[in-house]
Design a protein around this ligand. Structure first.
Ligand code: TNX
Length: 494
């Protein structure tokens, strides 16, 4: 229990004071995700109007500027970024081996020192630093101090390399600005992958220059998509584009008659059924189409993965499906990407477990050498209703209260799937019932931070009892950012 461990490290006087006031056991700062190690020390740091942000290597500059931008908004202080030791110092150093994303954070009465091997590690550490400051630090307008942080030493690194969120922009479309806000909020919890579900029966949302009729209304031009990729990369988030195939393709089948086996264009679709559409796996044009799409999307995507869906292909015969996926695999190889798919997929480097009733697919994927991203619908699907009364969302995988979405472990979820088979976790948000950004936020917060913590923090350090206390402290942070979060009755919100 992290809190008990911390309590042992508190000074005798703080402990006595806490007991005297009959308040709960003293706790560490309410950080999400919980760091690998937190040790409270003497002293308190105070961020004052004359403070500077110092860096000692050019690589740290963009992260220092991002931190300065954030702190200037709410403190109103000038916070110049300087090339020397300063009140807040960011340091790229080999130091302890905390991996690409790890960092150390030392807070003493006269300095905050953040060190990491890479700018990415510094960026993750900045998210911790934000959470150590009062909630009003998240405000977009100047607030009154004091801006203090209790002395501590943090050493931190993630459990899993992939900590993702998915946004379905196909069922309902979301603008570049709306996606940026979704990224901004998620990176605060050290999320490092954004999976965009770009195509489905209801719509094709990315411009493909060689097939110009695919995307007609509500879509990203290639420049829009590049802008999302750039914005995400600036925040050390890798975009994973998904072109769902061979099912979930009615939008393509409506745009191009020749993609249908019978050569007749399908009607556009706005409903919520799944499993009724399929590319024509016997036609060569299908593979020319796939080659063109994969080539264009791969060229726009610096990240290693190309997600080709593969889920719920109920209108594709199993042998056709396998043949299709084998050819898709070769196309993805040609353009230098790794194939990712939902757990049904029969090839590829990464398979995504989603159906709680079908753990066997995850086991089969591991058996053929794939790694897993764990996104079980009854735990991590952000579109599941919290309760019977939740206004939007679905309930096919059950009702998923905040505690349900938090209290599970990826390495013990599916029999036959072990820690080393797992690349990470993801929280998908499907949008059949959601078309406004505040609705997205209501479904994602507060569940998304819990999935992010499952991906980052050691299982042995986590408990729902402890987590719900920390979570309560994030309410005021979301209020400061006007996040429309769900006030679960299971959390004692501050
Ligand atoms: C299942 S999860 C789907 C999606 C739906 C979602 C709704 C998956 C691979 N397929 O097509 O949008 O459920 O929760």
């Amino acid at each position: 229990m992290p809190h008990r461990r911390l309590a042992a490290l508190m000074t005798a006087s703080t402990l006595a004071a806490a007991c005297a006031a009959d308040v709960p056991e003293p706790t560490g700062p309410p950080l999400i995700p919980l760091p690998a190690s937190v040790r409270m020390t003497e002293g308190t740091f105070s961020l004052d109007p004359g403070a500077r942000i110092g860096l000692r290597s050019a690589g740290a500059a963009p992260v220092a500027e991002e931190l300065a931008r954030l702190l200037r908004r709410s403190t109103g202080y000038p916070l110049p970024v300087v090339r020397q030791e300063a009140e807040i110092t960011l340091e790229e150093s080999g130091g302890r081996d905390l991996g690409r994303e790890g960092y150390t954070l030392d807070v003493t009465s006269d300095q905050v020192r953040l060190a990491a091997a890479t700018p990415e590690g510094l960026f993750r550490g900045v998210q911790t630093l934000r959470q150590l400051l009062p909630a009003k630090v998240e405000s977009a307008t100047p607030q009154q101090g004091p801006w203090t942080i209790a002395g501590l030493t943090i050493e931190d690194r993630p459990r899993f390399a992939y900590r993702g969120v998915m946004l379905d922009v196909a069922r309902h479309f979301f603008t570049v600005e709306q996606v940026k806000r979704y990224i901004d909020l998620a990176v605060g919890y050290k999320v490092n992958h954004l999976h965009l579900h770009l195509t489905d029966d209801q719509g094709w949302r990315i411009e493909i220059k060689s097939w110009p009729r695919l995307a007609t209304d509500g879509f990203y031009t290639q420049d829009d998509y590049r802008e999302i990729v750039r914005y995400a990369a600036e925040r050390f988030v890798t975009v994973v584009p998904e072109i769902d195939t061979p099912g979930h393709t009615n939008a393509a089948l409506a745009a191009y008659a020749e993609l249908n086996c019978d050569g007749r264009a399908r009607e556009p679709y706005k409903g919520r059924e799944v499993g009724f559409s399929s590319l024509c796996t016997d036609k060569e044009i299908t593979y020319r189409f796939l080659d063109d799409v994969v080539r264009e999307v791969a060229a726009l995507t610096p990240g290693p993965y190309l997600h080709l869906g593969g889920d719920e292909a109920d209108s594709t015969a199993p042998e056709d499906y396998e043949r299709f996926v084998a050819r898709a695999q070769r196309i993805v190889d040609t353009y230098g990407k790794q194939l990712m798919g939902w757990a049904e997929i029969t090839s590829g480097a990464v398979a995504q477990h989603w159906d709680p009733r079908a753990g066997d697919r995850a086991v089969a994927a591991v058996a053929r050498g794939a790694k897993l991203v764990m996104s079980p619908a009854d735990r991590s699907y952000l579109d599941m209703k919290y309760t019977r009364d939740t206004e939007y969302g679905l309930d096919w995988a059950g009702l998923v209260e905040v505690g349900d979405s938090y209290a599970w472990d990826p390495a013990t979820l599916v029999e036959g799937v072990r820690e080393e088979d797992i690349l990470g976790v993801e929280a998908p948000l499907w949008t059949e019932t959601l078309d406004r950004p505040d609705e997205l936020e209501y479904m994602a917060y507060p569940r998304l931070p819990g999935i992010a913590e499952i991906g980052w923090s050691a299982a042995s350090d986590r408990s729902w009892e402890d987590y719900r206390e920390r979570l309560a402290a994030h309410g005021p942070r979301w209020e400061a950012q006007s996040v429309a979060f769900y006030r679960s009755p299971d959390v004692a919100w501050r």
